[in-house]
Structures are given as structure tokens and as C-alpha cells.
Design a protein around this ligand. Structure first.
Ligand code: AMP
Ligand code: MG
Length: 686
């Protein structure tokens, strides 16, 4: 059983009370429940932290939720220490040893005294523990490593693998962890007993609360500007763990290390951070000369996966963003049976005939608490009002004669007429948003109505746009003969914004390999994806494809499509690069047909196929077999007309068009009135 409902990650501290205002180097905790992150919690000292944890565990257990709690200090010492200290190899004996001897208060504790005592009994006063601040002088505790001897290993097996991890023997100084262990184990020992918690990796995790040892620096980097590092790290680790599917979590937890303990996630760093794209993710099957469009799309669809992180956001910030997980309704809609009309409510059906029912005083309006209506009586009800007790049927006010203190109406009336059942729209727990959906305004209404105020979203995909070519100058600048204005960059940046990504302008570079290389180097540190235009073929000045080829992670996709020259698809320092043709018409078509669905997957969205419509052609055309063709088109009077010229340099046609006509690969002789597939630009999200 390795699935947990609630993840809580704690950044521990061996220091004294840090005061009431949130600060760094204090204790910070982050809760992630069913994938939803809560605000990180500041805990000023260990006593406050212990109470807070006890309360959390009590609450989660009462709600029948399994808790995985992580703490960033070693749960065990290097092999041999447990036996030397306690006479047993069981790390739990070490926990009990410290629990019995640590005296801890918000103002200070006896950790240095204890370390000195251990050194005197196990290491002739020279180790294994070391470090004491100048104000502290303890017999047997070396202040530094000059006269130091350690009868045990300097590090645990896991620490020799985790680059940068500190030794638990160091009792103080920047980054040291020794003091945290002394002060942390007694707290965990008490919580373990109180909640019957299982301790990883020493015990099977088959109980409702489990403790794991974490080291946030293993998988989490620097915080965003203005955020406290400890708060950020625990939030991130909690998110990473909650994002693991149960079988992968089981794999990460599958560790045998009965004495020293282990660091959660060691060996799984990549998987926990972002599963990387493989360098060969754009490779094409060998021997294919012209790849059909469908095959190219199939390859992209199966090779690409989300590369963006996950964050929780309130509904107000969710429009147009991608749901990172599916969302279930938090409440029935409607929550109670209610009336769909203004009228009079009573119980049961009525056959044909005339009825007169006495009215009870008052009325039921939307938002009122349900009243009680005795049998044989009726009550005035207004649209949206919860049905009072004793009411399941409503007649329209237009069908009623109002008498003094009574209503008269004619049957038949069906039981349940003019009412809405509780949950007839949505029932609590029903999936209302699928993972990968880009949220619409209507989705926000659905989420709000069913009591969902926050959603897990994918972080926006940052896409850089770079133009290449000696001939290019910036719009508005003076252009020499032979120079042209860079048209692709504003177009591509605009498309990206409309797709819902974050466009990043990477500027222009001339046809110079080294300049391009350094621009790609800088860009790949800042963005998630790079779109280039120009220089993608295999000619002398095609430096994009040459560089990607040199990086050993490129495929030149010769796709059977018109318009479109080869696409250079590759990886630059782990960042996918789409090398688009320079020609603006081909650049736009290739972006819509290939880059758009590919980037959607990278951003965490579903694979998207543009919705096309069969419409009569207003044009005639003869087409050869082999390539799929896209014509600039628009709908007028119920027919698709196409731009007068198919010239792929005609930017005016792109602007004239309101969509594309897609002609499949086989040869065709189209005459006006034949049905063709029209894909409006709006089907591409633009
Ligand atoms: P290339 O793919 O570099 O051989 O370029 C093909 C054609 O597209 C050439 O006529 C280029 O001048 C033109 N071109 C390349 N980049 C751009 C751009 N950013 N804006 C407008 N035209 C371009
Ligand atoms: Mg060029």
C-alpha cells in the first residue's frame, strides 16, 4: 500500500525559537492533499512544530486519509553506531536513546553536552561528533577537525551518493545537520508512538502515517524571487511526491537499508523533477524519404510529454491555463432539490380534475432554509428555492387561480413536475475537468458551482522565437537592397501568445554559426522550447540544422507537405528546438500543423486535432499525388474560397485567409461544388 492522500514535508531546524514573523532557517512545513498544495506553514520552534504535526495527523486520521510525512534530517547513523551506542543494531533504539536524554526548549538544548558524552564513551573524546561554537566548551567535543578521530564511517551509504550532503557528525556551522538529528529524533519518536507511524525504510509502510527522510536540495533548486528557500523547498518536494503515480512512488520507496536509513528519491532525481525528453525523441524511422503528415504527427504524439511544473492557483487565475490533474466536484449541483419555476409546491401527483389546496403562510425563495409543508397543503415557491419538506411537485403560477388563503388548479400534474433533483447536473465526486484541459470560462462556472476554489495547473510553457538570416532587418529600420524585414518573428510570437504559451523574443541572428550557437546556449537556459525560422534545410547557410546535427540530437524531417521545406527537429541542451522553414507561409503552416500540437503536449495539454468541416469548394484545382496540401482559404456564402496565388512567399494571402483547406495526399481533380475540408483558424486556437 503505497498510496497516500496527504503529503506533508518538513524542513527541520536544530536552532532556537525564531520569533513570530516568518523567517528563513526556521521550521517550515508544506501540505499537499490530493494534489492540491496549501500555503507553506511557518513554525517558530520545535515545540510549536510538534503540536502542529500532532494536530495535522489527528485531523488526517479522523478523515481516514493516509499521511506521508517527510523530514530533512537523517533517520539513522553510519553502520555500527547504533550497536556501539545502544547495544542493538535497531535504529529505533537510537531514537529511544535520544528521546530519553535530550532536553529541548525554545531557548536551547543540551545537544553539545550529549555529543561530548557520546564522544567520551565511544571515541576517546575525539569523535565521532565535532564542532562547537566559541561560547561552548565541552570536554570530548572537538571544536573543529584538527584533533578529530572517528571510529565510524564519515558518511552513510546514501550520503556518499547524494552530492553535497553533510555528515551527521558535524554538530553545527552553515548547512550542518548533526544538531537537527539530536533535536529531531525525540520529536519523531514521540509522534511515532502517538500515531503508530511507520518509519521508512526500516518498517513496512502499511500504517496510516509514514515518516520518510528527505533532502530537498536533491531535487529542488533556488526559490522564485522573494520566497523563503525553506518554504519553497518543502512545497516543491510535497508537489513532486504527490505528482508521482502510486507505482512510481512504490519504486522510489523500495529501499533496503535497515540500519542507516536512506534519502528519499536518491536515484530518482530526474523523475521527481521533470521527466526529461530523450535526446532521440525526434528521431525518424530509418529509410523513410518523405514522411507522411500523419506519421510525423503520430511520432510527435507518442514521443512528447509534459515538461512544465505544476502549481496550485485560485479559479480567478485559471482561465486559459491547463489543468495538471483531473478535478472532481466537491458538491452536488444542485445541492438540494429545488424548483425550476415560480409557482406553488405540494406533495405528489394529481390526476385530471380540479384541486384546491390551502396555502401555508410565507414562501420559499432561493437561499431560504427549507420550510415544512403539511400534507394536502401548498406553499408559494420562487425559482431556485430548495423544495420545502413535504414538497416534491410544483405547478406554474400561470396555471393557478389564487384564492384567499388557497390555490386552485387543474390536473393532471405529474409527480416531480417543474422541479430539479439534487445532483441532476453534477454529483459530488464526479470528474468535471479532465487532466490536460485548457480551462474555459464555462469550466470556471462549473468548478465554482461544485465548490472547487483552487485547481492544480501546469506552469505556462515559455517558448522562445529566433529568426535567422543575413538578409533580415527589423521592421521600421532602414533596409538596403537585398534586405527584407523580419516577418516571421512577430507572427510566431503572436501565434504563441494565442496558443496560451509565454512568447519570449530571442531576436535575430545572422547566418553565422558561432553567433547562433551562443544564442541557443543562452536561450536554452531561459525557455522551455525554441522555435527558429530559416536555415533549417541542408544547404550551406542552413546553420540551424548544422548545429543541431552537430549536437547529435537532430532529425531533418522531410515531410510530405506543401507548403513546407524540411523541418529541423532537435534538442539543444535538453530544450526541444523546432527549426521552421524561413518562408513565412511555410513557417506558419508548419507551426499550426506540427509545432502547435507538439507544444501542447509539452505544456501538459491533451493532443489536439484541429476541428475541420466538410464544405463545398468555390474553386477548382488539379493536385498531384504524394503530398498533403494546405491552401489559404476562407468561407464566403457557405463555400470555401482559396487565395488567388499559392506562392509560398505571399504573406498577404496568410492575412487574407481565415483558415486552411486541407487536401489529402492522393491526386485529386477538384471542381467547384466538390466537398473539401476547411479548418478555420479558430480551430487552431487563433
Ligand atoms: P531559408 O529557410 O533560410 O532558406 O529561408 C527561406 C526564405 O524565407 C528566404 O527567402 C528567406 O529570405 C525567407 N525568410 C527567412 N526568414 C525570414 C523571416 N524571419 N521573415 C521573412 N522572411 C524570411
Ligand atoms: Mg536563411
Amino acid at each position: 500500500m503505497t498510496s497516500f492522500d496527504t503529503i506533508v514535508m518538513v524542513d527541520w531546524s536544530g536552532g532556537s525559537d525564531r520569533g513570530p514573523t516568518p523567517k528563513k532557517d526556521a521550521i517550515w512545513a508544506a501540505v499537499n492533499r490530493a494534489g492540491l498544495a496549501e500555503e507553506p506553514v511557518y513554525l517558530r520552534n520545535r515545540q510549536v512544530a510538534e503540536d502542529w504535526l500532532a494536530e495535522l495527523f489527528t485531523q488526517e486520521r479522523a478523515a481516514n486519509r493516509r499521511v506521508l510525512a517527510g523530514f530533512d534530517f537523517p533517520f539513522g547513523y553510519p553502520a555500527g553506531f547504533a550497536r556501539a551506542l545502544t547495544g542493538s543494531d535497531d535504529p529505533m533504539a537510537v531514537w529511544a536513546w535520544f528521546e530519553a536524554r535530550m532536553h529541548d526548549s525554545p531557548k536551547g538544548n543540551n545537544r553539545f553536552e550529549l555529543a561530548g558524552a557520546i564522544n567520551r564513551s565511544l571515541g576517546q573524546g575525539k569523535g565521532p561528533f565535532w564542532f562547537a561554537p566559541p561560547s561552548v566548551q565541552i570536554e570530548g567535543l572537538p571544536a573543529n577537525k584538527t584533533d578529530y578521530a572517528n571510529p565510524f564511517a564519515e558518511k552513510r551509504a546514501s550520503e556518499t551518493r547524494a552530492k553535497g550532503a553533510f555528515s551527521c557528525w558535524q554538530m553545527g556551522g552553515a548547512g550542518a545537520v548533526g544538531g537537527q538529528v539530536f533535536a529531531g529524533l525525540p520529536v519523531l519518536a514521540r509522534l511515532r508512538r502517538q500515531f503508530d507511524a511507520a518509519v521508512w525504510p526500516f518498517e513496512p509502510l502499511d500504517r496510516p502515517v509514514a515518516f520518510v527522510e528527505i533532502w530537498p536540495s536533491l531535487t529542488v533548486g533556488a526559490p522564485p524571487e522573494g520566497m523563503i528557500k525553506d518554504a519553497w523547498q518543502v512545497t516543491e518536494v510535497a508537489r513532486q511526491i504527490s505528482a508521482l503515480p502510486p507505482d512510481r512512488l512504490a519504486a522510489v520507496l523500495d529501499v533496503t537499508q535497515p540500519e542507516e536509513g536512506w534519502i528519499f528519491g536518491l536515484g530518482f532525481e530526474q523523475e521527481l523533477t521533470a521527466p526529461p525528453l530523450r535526446n532521440d525523441c525526434f528521431a525518424l524511422p530509418p529509410g523513410v524519404h518523405w514522411t507522411p503528415v500523419e506519421d510525423a504527427l503520430d511520432l510527435l504524439r507518442h514521443r512528447l510529454a509534459p515538461i512544465t511544473g505544476i502549481q496550485t492557483a485560485p479559479l480567478g487565475a485559471a482561465l486559459g491555463r491547463i489543468a495538471a490533474r483531473s478535478v472532481v466536484a466537491g458538491r452536488d449541483n444542485p445541492p438540494l432539490p429545488n424548483t425550476a419555476v415560480d409557482g406553488y409546491g405540494f406533495a405528489g401527483a394529481r390526476d385530471a380534475g380540479v384541486y384546491e389546496l390551502p396555502l401555508v403562510a410565507g414562501r420559499a425563495a432561493a437561499g431560504d432554509a427549507p420550510a415544512v409543508v403539511p400534507a394536502g397543503h401548498a406553499i408559494r415557491v420562487l425559482t431556485g428555492a430548495a423544495l420545502p419538506q413535504g414538497v416534491d411537485t410544483v405547478v406554474l403560477q400561470e396555471d393557478v387561480v389564487r384564492l384567499d388563503g388557497a390555490v386552485r388548479f387543474s390536473g393532471p400534474v405529474k409527480a416531480g413536475a417543474n422541479t430539479r433533483k439534487a445532483g441532476e447536473d453534477v454529483t459530488k465526486g464526479q470528474t468535471i475537468i479532465a487532466q490536460g484541459r485548457r480551462l474555459t470560462a464555462a469550466d470556471l462556472a462549473l468548478l465554482a458551482a461544485t465548490g472547487v476554489a483552487e485547481v492544480a495547473l501546469r506552469q505556462p510553457l515559455r517558448v522562445g522565437v529566433l529568426s535567422t538570416g543575413d538578409e533580415l532587418v527589423e521592421a521600421g529600420a532602414a533596409a538596403q537592397d537585398g534586405q527584407i524585414y523580419d516577418a516571421n518573428r512577430p507572427m510566431l510570437l503572436g501565434l504563441l501568445g494565442q496558443f496560451g504559451h509565454v512568447p519570449v523574443d530571442l531576436g535575430r541572428v545572422p547566418d553565422q554559426r558561432e553567433t547562433l550557437r551562443s544564442r541557443l546556449d543562452t536561450a536554452s537556459r531561459d525557455v522551455d522550447v525554441i522555435l527558429t525560422s530559416g536555415g533549417a534545410s541542408a544547404g550551406d547557410e542552413d546553420h540551424v540544422s548544422a548545429l543541431l546535427q552537430e549536437a547529435g540530437a537532430m532529425a531533418l524531417w522531410r515531410i510530405a507537405i506543401k507548403p513546407g521545406r524540411p523541418l529541423a527537429l532537435g534538442m539543444w541542451d535538453g530544450v526541444p528546438v523546432f527549426g521552421l522553414p524561413g518562408n513565412p507561409v511555410a513557417a506558419m503552416v508548419c507551426t499550426l500543423v506540427f509545432a502547435r500540437p507538439a507544444m501542447g503536449l509539452l505544456a501538459g495539454a491533451d493532443w489536439s486535432e484541429p476541428q475541420g468541416f466538410k464544405v463545398p469548394a468555390a474553386f477548382g484545382k488539379r493536385k498531384k499525388a504524394g503530398r498533403r496540401e494546405y491552401l489559404r482559404a476562407r468561407m464566403r456564402s457557405g463555400q470555401a474560397e482559396v487565395f488567388a496565388s499559392e506562392g509560398s512567399g505571399r504573406i498577404s494571402g496568410l492575412s487574407w485567409a481565415e483558415g486552411l483547406v486541407e487536401l489529402p495526399e492522393p491526386a485529386a481533380e477538384i471542381t467547384p461544388g466538390d466537398m473539401v475540408r476547411f479548418i478555420p483558424y479558430s480551430s487552431f486556437g487563433i
